[in-house]
Design a protein around this ligand. Structure first.
Ligand code: ZN
Length: 197
């Protein structure tokens, strides 16, 4: 998974496909979380999506992307085993289960649960893991019989220094974009009906 071509493509998918959707989503009161599905074979995009909790509190970025996937014609939908699942933020307990039930054997995320709490003021991922599942941060199995998950920052850290600097600069730019989108969500969240804001 530390193949620079794969990391480049995942960053590009966030930059070009997910962020534009999330920019629109936060304007109507949705959170900053997004996802995409890529084909393993050629890393082409199957579908990208973003959080749509103002329509339904279960439409987290990952689940809304899966919903849109199953609205595509069956012939256009690759099998989950043929796909990479990309999440901008480490999936919450609901989305961990959704990715599992949807049959994916992998996912990769850019921002961690701790980032969601500390940089994005969304503490619910860690709070639900603790309150419902009695798990501390990092307490779920990152590799199990269903899937393996990957932290994109760790994959970048495993690259040689030559390519690492370019990736880090792109992540820094993405952090700035997400900080701006998060500010819009946080400034307006009092007006929405999302149960866990
Ligand atoms: Zn979720």
């Amino acid at each position: 998974m530390s193949d620079p071509r794969l990391i480049d493509r995942m960053l590009e998918t966030v930059e070009r496909n997910i962020v534009p959707l999330t920019e629109q989503g936060v304007k109507i009161g949705n959170k900053v979380f997004g996802a995409a599905i890529l084909r393993k074979s050629d890393l082409s995009l199957v579908i990208a999506g973003t959080n749509n909790e103002t329509a339904n509190p279960l439409w987290h970025g990952e689940i809304h992307t899966l919903k849109l996937l199953y609205e595509m014609p069956r012939a256009a939908r690759p099998k989950p085993a043929e796909c990479l699942f990309l999440s901008t933020h480490e999936p919450c307990s609901m989305c961990l289960s959704a990715i599992t039930w949807a049959g994916y054997d992998n996912f990769t995320y850019l921002f961690s649960h701790e980032d969601s709490r500390d940089s994005f003021s969304i503490p619910h991922d860690l709070r639900i893991l603790k309150q419902v599942f009695t798990l501390d941060a990092g307490g779920y199995a990152k590799t199990n019989e269903y899937w393996s998950c990957f932290d994109l920052m760790n994959l970048i850290a495993a690259c040689n220094e030559g390519v690492q600097a370019g990736f880090t600069a792109r992540v820094d730019a993405l952090k700035r974009s997400y900080a701006e989108m998060s500010d819009i969500y946080q400034a307006n969240k009092g007006d929405n009906e999302i149960p866990l804001k």
